[in-house]
Design a protein around this ligand. Structure first.
Ligand code: NDP
Length: 255
């Protein structure tokens, strides 16, 4: 199998594009030739990223939107279609991790994670799936890449709700792959271990923060660019090849 890392002509949408994995992936997909629509709430960050992409000779479209707002995402999808045509790659990536011992009953944080990691992800599927199907019919392949986590598989005290949202993402991805493969829409779940991003800054539980800081002393965390390269690789594979699940870990992270 030869792989040409060239996404010329592809129209990509990246949610969570204002920082971390999403920003790095948007930049990488653009460097491979894709046009990239940038979705997140912080418009100023998206404007800066779009300017960097344009400076590098790429094309980006800023779509400031909250993915928990289904109507806003439908509107964003309409903009992609009217400006560029149907999207052929959705990197469904916006998410938040708010771990804490379950007995703290941090129900607002439970809801936030479920609203974003599950409902927000589904809102993006609702808004963009028709375009992926249409693009696959026209171009022979389209990609839905969902950001899950190694915690979809592992049990770690304090991470119950986050892990459960990511187990949802991985299991949903498997089902969607089975349903959509017949239409040449590939579906993948990416399950990263620890990646250094703003994700860790949102953690409020002091025990988990200390655990994260300790882990940084004994291992080199992944960079957002490591995950971005993986997404670029998935999308560059020949149309017959669909990596269903990719686990990407820091070499020194055991589990
Ligand atoms: P970041 O916090 O850096 O990025 C999260 C992104 O999601 C931001 O762009 C943020 O933008 C966006 N976002 C948050 N809320 C919303 C919302 N309501 N609507 C639209 N966008 C939103 O973290 P990461 O890059 O690490 O996280 C990306 C994904 O990777 C997440 O799904 C996370 O669970 C997953 N992951 C991360 C790992 C890690 O160790 N970092 C490991 C495994 C998985 P804005 O605030 O501007 O809206």
């Amino acid at each position: 199998m030869s792989i040409s890392m060239n996404l010329d002509g592809r129209i990509a949408v990246v949610t969570g594009a204002s920082s971390g994995i999403g920003a790095a992936t948007a930049e990488h997909l653009a460097s491979l030739g894709a046009r990239v629509a940038l979705v997140a709430r912080r418009a100023d960050r998206l404007d800066d990223l779009a300017a960097r992409i344009a400076d590098g000779g790429g094309r980006a479209l800023v779509l400031a939107a909250d993915v928990t707002d289904a109507a806003a995402l439908r509107e964003a999808a309409g903009r992609v279609r009217s400006e560029w045509g149907p999207a052929g790659l959705l990197f469904n990536n916006a998410g938040v991790m708010l771990p804490a011992p379950v007995e703290q009953l941090a129900a607002d944080q439970w809801r936030h994670q479920i609203d974003l990691n599950v409902t927000g992800l589904m809102n993006a599927v609702e808004a963009f799936l028709p375009q992926l199907v249409e693009s696959a019919a026209a171009n022979g392949v389209a990609d839905l890449v969902n950001t899950s986590s190694i915690l979809a598989q592992n049990v770690l005290p304090g991470f119950a709700v986050y892990s459960a949202t990511k187990a949802y993402v991985t299991h949903l991805s498997r089902h969607l792959r089975a349903e959509l493969g017949g239409k040449d829409v590939r579906v993948s779940a990416i399950e990263p271990g620890i990646v250094g991003t703003e994700l860790q800054d949102h953690v409020t539980d002091q025990g988990v923060r200390a655990w994260l800081e300790g882990s940084r002393e004994v291992m080199e965390w992944l960079t957002p660019q490591d995950v971005a390269a993986t997404v670029g690789f998935l999308a560059s594979l020949p149309p017959r090849v669909n990596l269903q699940q990719v686990t990407i870990m820091p070499t020194r992270q055991a589990s």
